[in-house]
Design a binder for this molecule. Sequence first.
Ligand SMILES: Nc1ncnc2c1ncn2[C@@H]1O[C@H](COP(=O)(O)OP(=O)(O)O)[C@@H](O)[C@H]1O
Ligand SMILES: [Mg+2]
Length: 285
Amino acid sequence: MKIECRDVSYKYEIPGDEWALKDIGLTIDQGEKLAVIGPAGSGKTTLIQLLDALVLPSKGDVLFDGQSVRALSKAKKLFSIRRRIGVLFQFPEHQFFHETAYEELTFALRNFFDQGEEEIEKVSRSLMGRLGMDIDVLRRISPFRLSSGEKRKLALASALLSSPEVLILDEPTAGMDAQGRRELIRIISGLKDTTVVIVTHNLEDFLAHIHRCIGISRARIVADLKREDLIARLDDMAASGISPPLALSVRQGLEHEGVASLKGIFDMETLLESLEKNFVSADEA
Ligand SMILES: Nc1ncnc2c1ncn2[C@@H]1O[C@H](COP(=O)(O)OP(=O)(O)O)[C@@H](O)[C@H]1O
Ligand SMILES: [Mg+2]
């Protein structure tokens, strides 16, 4: 699904409040992977709510495959869009409301997709197996009794279960340990045709898996760059209070010193491997 924000502004309904988003123009094509970065309070979560048709713009319009969110809302058809989008919220447990973790996990599939219990159990077991959680345990336990990492995993699984065309993740690795991060990245890199929008403070984690990066500051988009073009903007990034990904800072330094051939490298592991090769061949020469 193609998603287009046309001159979108958004204001929460609090008297005297500032724009939470202002004049946003953004087109996301099906299958694109993008990171959204920016300081706290800049409007990232608000943008996600617009991309998921959870809120309507105060000005402008959001188009889903060309259909206006305003028109969809009038026709009471927002649901036809929302069921195609999976969202992992910043605080997923705020959305929990079922007695067992299993009901929580399968809610959407049962209620919005009209699937039979057998089918639901089959896909749940397969997905949760891959995520290292046992659905027989989930049937017995309240979602609120899970650890915070498990809560997030449950919410992510719940979003993935219906194979959405678009997956939106709001700070998915915040407070996650290294293994959780690796698992999440493995899942994301397996979603070949799915659009993935990741709001993150750890661009580093996702750089090897995205095409594009959107920078938001004070309610406005201040950068919309292909991954390849980020390296030229590291100083701007630092000036906006965002720590530049280490792999890019190191690459920038090395390229400055005349070390070439690091293009296309976006993670430290590959960077180190490449350097090792370079140094070995320099030694041998
Ligand atoms: N529910 C809300 N009611 C009123 N103001 C809000 C609400 N949520 C966010 N805001 C305000 O909107 C602006 C953008 O917030 P948000 O989108 O949550 O930013 P981010 O996710 O980048 O931290 C902030 O000034 C914030 O205080
Ligand atoms: Mg937020």
